[in-house]
Design a protein around this ligand. Structure first.
Ligand code: IMP
Length: 199
């Protein structure tokens, strides 16, 4: 049974990423939800060792809800390539190395694909809402598209410059950011959170 969030509700965002905090705060503000970050509360970052996005999202949300005594929302996302059996997937951030070099990560994807004609790729986002009593709800969003090489555009982040969403000619690195935020994997997962919690 889906649980509801109410106006004035305090919610922990189980992320230490300032960009995600800003984005999710803006999405929840119209619903009167007060967002605090796991970082602001000094909560530790749990190890994300699940084999899939939903599992990692659950680890983060449950850890934050248990430690804070408040409902918590987490986000786990990544880039999947058909010719690489879904890699880099949950290892998307790790492929960029400690220096977070995504030019290097994209070159690695391109090198591993070689001349494989299968250019299908997709982004996945898993959002998990967890309550202090252990109840969880998980929402998945996905956007499909194709790979291009060389990368194009300076907007966005991560693997955006090598991904053209289905129906577009431009990469996520070239598209206007508002347009990306309207159709992205995260937006699609978040739309389900809103329907479930406030609908
Ligand atoms: P995390 O969920 O913050 O661990 O993000 C995992 C990684 O997935 C990021 O570091 C990016 O490499 C990649 N990723 C997730 N969402 C996007 C996106 O919208 N564009 C480009 N890369 C993304």
């Amino acid at each position: 049974m889906a649980r509801k969030l109410h106006r004035g509700q305090k919610l922990v965002l189980a992320s230490h990423n300032k960009g995600k905090l800003r984005e999710i705060e803006a999405l929840l503000r119209p619903h009167g939800v007060e967002v605090v970050s796991a970082g602001d509360l000094g909560l530790p970052e749990p190890e994300e060792d699940a084999p899939d996005f939903a599992g990692n999202a659950r680890i983060k949300a449950v850890a934050a809800a248990t430690a804070s005594g408040l409902p918590a929302l987490s986000d786990d996302s990544g880039f999947c390539v058909a010719a690489l059996n879904g890699a880099p997937g949950v290892h998307s951030a790790r492929w960029a190395g400690p220096s977070k070099d995504f030019a290097k990560a994209m070159a690695l994807v391109n090198e591993k694909i070689g001349d494989n004609p299968d250019r299908r790729a997709w982004f996945i986002a898993a959002l998990c809402l967890a309550w202090p009593d252990g109840h969880t709800e998980t929402f998945l969003g996905r956007i499909d598209g194709t790979l291009v090489w060389p990368p194009r555009g300076d907007n966005g982040f991560g693997y955006d410059p090598m991904f053209v969403p289905a129906g577009s000619q431009q990469t996520f690195g070239e598209i206007d950011p508002d347009q990306k935020h309207a159709i992205s994997h995260r937006a699609r997962a978040f739309a389900q959170v809103l329907v479930s919690c406030f609908g």
